[in-house]
Write a protein that binds this ligand. Structure first.
Ligand code: ADP
Length: 277
């Protein structure tokens, strides 16, 4: 099958209601589109809940490619991605894993939190991520040439990183890197309004709260208030929970188990969120 038409892709206008909603932060839509056209793999780094997954869903739909998503974890091994022989009534049959399926069918393969996966998994990405674009399937002897629409996208959260869990330079140098942060206040407010279905005034308070919590550096928090948590608090509020209680449940208690830290965060909530809300 000839996929060369895919490479002639012209970006569609941004406001297409059929696409998963994604509010852009900078040049990421253009960069991703060009990376796809140039057959370059993409690495997205950024904190949890800042829109990485939504962005990839949006881009896959925009580029008209199927999306195969794999949430990586510390037990994930190469066979989980590439495939394995399974026992069937007729004997053993080879079953493609998600990476192989994506390479064969020309899908976008998104490996979320790739640094969590076992080391042997990142090595199998190398020949797929450079000019060769092949996936050697050791068990069957197949050298699978990736279909032209195939694209490899990986993400990770640099905040989680420790020395044992970083991408090797030889791996990361194969990718175009997009650096994500939390959106600017105006963009984040638009996201919260739309995703949570709250009025602008409420979204504004939630974004102001996020700003205040993100500035808190004296608290020993592993993560801070993400856009996802703001959307969750907004949704609770939209369905009838008071705004302060919604923020306590969806943001404060989601961020910490420590009672003193929770009390300090809750004080910030009280100061930022209007008591009448
Ligand atoms: P990540 O993959 O970075 O952990 P997600 O993409 O799952 O984060 O984002 C979490 C939620 O936050 C999404 O489901 C969506 O509601 C909202 N969100 C965050 N950023 C954006 C954005 N730029 N545009 C639209 N929604 C967003």
């Amino acid at each position: 099958m000839d996929h060369s038409d895919l490479l002639q892709f012209e970006p569609a206008p941004a406001a297409d209601g059929a696409l998963p909603y994604y509010a852009a932060q900078a040049q990421e839509v253009a960069l991703f589109t060009h990376a796809f056209q140039q057959r370059l793999p993409v690495l997205i780094k950024g904190p949890t809940g800042c829109g990485k997954t939504r962005f990839v869903e949006h881009m896959a739909a925009r580029l008209g490619r199927p999306l195969v998503t794999v949430s990586c974890h510390d037990d994930l091994c190469a066979a989980d991605l590439v495939g394995r022989h399974l026992i069937a009534p007729t004997g053993t049959v080879w079953t493609d894993g998600p990476l192989t399926r994506a390479a064969r069918t020309g899908a976008i393969c998104y490996l979320d939190e790739v640094v969590e996966a076992r080391k042997d998994t990142t090595v199998i990405l190398h020949p797929l991520a450079d000019d060769r674009r092949v996936l050697p399937i050791e068990r069957t002897g197949e050298q699978l040439a990736a279909a032209p629409g195939f694209m490899l996208v990986v993400s990770y959260n640099p905040g989680y990183q420790n020395l044992l869990k970083s991408l090797k330079p030889s791996t990361r140098q194969r990718f175009v890197a997009l650096n994500f942060g939390y959106p600017d206040a105006a963009v984040e407010q638009a996201i919260v309004e739309r995703e949570a279905g709250v009025p602008a005034a409420v979204a504004q308070q939630l974004v102001a709260l996020a700003g205040a919590l993100r500035r808190l550096t004296e608290q020993d928090l592993e993560e801070t208030a993400s856009t996802r948590l703001l959307v969750m608090a907004g949704r609770l509020h939209a369905s009838g929970i008071g705004l302060h209680a919604a923020c306590r449940a969806a943001i404060v208690d989601a961020l910490t188990d420590d009672a003193d830290t929770a009390a300090a965060l809750d004080e910030v909530v009280g100061a930022v969120v209007a008591p009448a809300a």
